[in-house]
Design a protein around this ligand. Sequence first.
Ligand code: CTP
Length: 417
Amino acid sequence: MRMRAQEESGSPRPAVALGVSGSIAAYKSVELASRLTQAGVDVHVLMTGNATRLVAPLTFMTVSRFPVTVDLWEIDNWRPQHVALAELVDLLLVAPATANFLGKLAGGIADDALSTFALSFDGPVMVAPAMNPRMWAHPAVRDNCRRLAERGVRFVGPEPGRVACGDLEEAGRMSEPPVILRAVSAALRVLGEKVSESPRRRILVTAGPTVEPLDPVRFVGNRSSGRMGYAVAECAVAAGHEVTLISGPAQLPRPAGCRFIPVNTAEEMARATREQFANADLLVMAAAVADYRPAATSPQKIKKEGSPEQMLRLVETEDILRSLAAGKRQSQVIVGFAAETENLAANALAKLRRKKLDWLVANDVSRTDVGFASQDNEATLYGADGSCRELARADKQALAARILARVLRGKPKPLNP
Ligand code: CTP
């Protein structure tokens, strides 16, 4: 794989083959190609003949700055282009993937450049289907998708919403480019960090802030964006695990391919996490759960006449991590997060022991360049075995992949059980 060659050469550019088959959603793939290129990825586009009736190869060539492969008989020196490409790219993304393309891939049919490339490529394959919802629901398509998923092909979408034939409630519409891009970048991170894909684990992730209502218009909250937890969920999905994401209100697109449980308050998060924990192998508690909530929530807007002290009477919330780690626990591995503004190492280690965690990711939230509400993070991963690993500054998905790579290797042996 090219990523391996890169590691040796020190070159940082990952490469993706973008397969475009004949759905009108092909116009959105131009944005995908453009955004991937801008993100520093080499994008090699392969189009089916039908796709070229909808978007010109020249458009993709201009945004990706690489030749576009359409013809099976295009020969690069002595090798066909689709074979040469298979050794050059890290991942194949087919977006849009039509019912016809999925059927050909499931059946091992290779009758054009894209389908032939797909069989000659042995790296990870991701598809973003797009078709009429009745086609998506057809037993033949369902059967093909099941076979592809069993072979490790990752699906992004489709989603309900507007398709060329109208506004529909059933799934068929291709996922939006930002959602596909997050899935692709997570897959590249997972490859780069060699995150373990087997055995397939059930991973429970919590993310975002909780909001504790005072009345119908006011709440006590915090500045967590949810990005770190979402990045963990995206990378866990990319590595093929079964992921449930419990999220407080975050302004982020839902990661593709996971079960999503939205919550608002700490109490709702505690209930949902407890319910899901029994069926999980790994809990990553990245949520910034409120430590306190208003003692009472007024059903009406609180008037100014009352006393402010009365308005902000707070009571403690349940410490979700602590009660899950101390309660009846099977073999689950538990990862906590520690947001600190001072004495990072001492506070983090004390928290790891106090909450009986297996791992703790500690970061300094007093900094504005990393951490809360930032794209990047820098952290230290402490283990119950006394291990300590610095996770150098990187975007949150890269950090998430590093955390998963480590914690999926197994449970650390506690120093003082
Ligand atoms: N946490 C939790 N339930 C709470 C509060 C926090 O499960 N009610 C979890 C967070 O999701 C995080 C970890 O505990 O994984 C540590 O959160 P943090 O706010 O850093 O620590 P606290 O336990 O709240 O301690 P302190 O605020 O005193 O540092």
